[in-house]
Ligand binder design. Structure first.
Ligand SMILES: [Zn+2]
Length: 409
């Protein structure tokens, strides 16, 4: 069943993304506190994996930002640049920019990211019920370099992904070498629910209202079954963040509800970088997928927020001593979207077998970039994984992808 693309759950969930429905400052306060809260939830499991093993590898780190479907028309085209001021004006001049990065596989979310992360075109279940069939970059790094789980992370807002994105079904690799996979929005809801439960005896006048908000957030976004298996619900809140969470809950109630998934993903990503400094960090932004809901304005708003968050992520890399000077950051869409006038409703979807859907771009920044340049030679999404594996110092694996010769460690 190729290209049935986004589950209905994903389509419905975007209804709740109304970034301007609440005030910016309370939203930021809440997101920041929620990021801290979820980081607190993650600590016990991540620390349990740590050991005193010496680290192999090149010392290089990679941060891969995978965006949902965006067309060239709305991004790197003369009329699209207005939507990506940071990518085009702040980052492009420093980057090695591949003008044509092609998705020649299945243009559905799980398969697209699986192909990017394995270096082989994956044709597994579109809904993420089956793992990729060949080893992910995470497994290659963990097995090849004896790296810890806390060294490899996926932080995703994309509800078409599942925890299966963290490891393949290859019997020589698999979940024992998989990444930490985090869906911050689900975790945030779980964490806030836990905080409420723990606070039952406290004087929380707004509690019933908070619970109603959570209930509607969960129902509106179809959270069932996604992400909840990653971290155990019995994990406790870190006491350090308890008070900021209480304040955040109050703000959450006052401000009226759910916020952009990508904002939360960004805050979570930054917390992961600061707490664990992983060598391989994959961030999946998907506010742009509001397109499935049929709103061009929300789709463009998603592109603009992706542009801003990618820029902020690069700033974090440059400011964070664990990353500065030794990190390559890559930004690429999973695919484009269908052309206007197509039988599949244009920008709504990404299922047409045409360049508007398959031909996108890829930006690379940082340590592997010798000098800024624009590469016109078309590359394929599967070329990225073997390239990053080599930068990280991993033993080479068979891959359909070819190493990108312009990027060097
Ligand atoms: Zn989609």
């Amino acid at each position: 069943m190729e290209n049935e693309l986004c589950p209905a759950a994903e389509i419905g969930s975007e209804c709740s993304l109304r970034p301007d429905s609440i005030s910016d400052s309370s939203r930021r306060t809440f997101l920041h506190a929620a990021g801290l809260l979820v980081a607190g939830l993650m600590v016990p499991q991540a620390r349990a994996d740590e050991s005193s093993q010496a680290q192999a590898g090149s010392g290089h780190k990679v941060v891969v930002v995978v965006v949902g479907g965006v067309r060239r028309d709305e991004t790197f085209s003369p009329e699209g640049l207005v939507n990506i001021p940071h990518l085009s004006a702040d980052l492009l001049p420093k980057s090695l920019f591949y003008h044509h990065a092609r998705n020649e596989g299945v243009t559905a979310h799980f398969n697209a990211i699986s192909s990017i992360l394995t270096g082989n075109w994956q044709r597994v279940d579109d809904w993420g019920k089956l793992a990729p069939t060949t080893p992910t970059l995470f497994e290659q790094v963990r097995k090849g370099l004896r790296a810890e789980r806390s060294d490899t992370w996926v932080v995703a807002s994309n509800k078409a992904l599942t925890s299966q994105i963290g490891a393949s079904s290859d019997s020589n690799f698999g979940p024992a070498y998989g990444a930490n996979v985090v869906f911050p929005k689900q975790l945030m809801i779980q964490a806030v629910a836990d905080a409420l439960r723990e606070g039952r005896t406290a004087n929380m006048a707004d509690r019933s209202k908070v619970e109603a908000e959570l209930q509607s957030a969960m129902e509106g976004a179809n959270y069932e079954g996604l992400g909840w298996n990653v971290f155990d619900a019995s994990d406790r809140l870190d006491p350090r963040v308890r008070s900021s969470i209480k304040a955040a809950i109050a703000n959450f109630v006052r401000s009226g509800g759910p916020t952009s998934g990508d904002e939360l993903t960004f805050f979570m990503t930054r917390e992961v970088m600061r707490q664990f400094a992983p060598r391989v960090l994959v961030v999946a932004f998907s506010d742009v997928e509001a397109a499935h809901f049929g709103s061009y304005a929300l789709h463009l708003a998603g592109i603009r927020s992706t542009d801003r968050l990618a820029w902020q992520l690069w700033q974090e890399i440059e400011a964070n001593p664990d990353y500065r000077g030794k990190t390559t950051m890559v930004i690429l869409p999973e695919f484009g979207r269908d052309p206007d006038g197509s039988s599949t409703n244009g920008f709504f979807n990404h299922r047409a077998n045409v360049d508007s859907t398959r031909d996108t771009w890829m930006m690379t920044l940082g340590a592997a970039v010798d000098k800024p340049n624009v590469v016109e030679r078309p590359i394929r999404h599967i070329d990225l994984c073997p390239t990053l594996a080599e930068l990280l110092g991993c033993p080479a694996l068979d891959s359909s992808g070819a190493k990108l010769k312009e990027l060097r460690g």
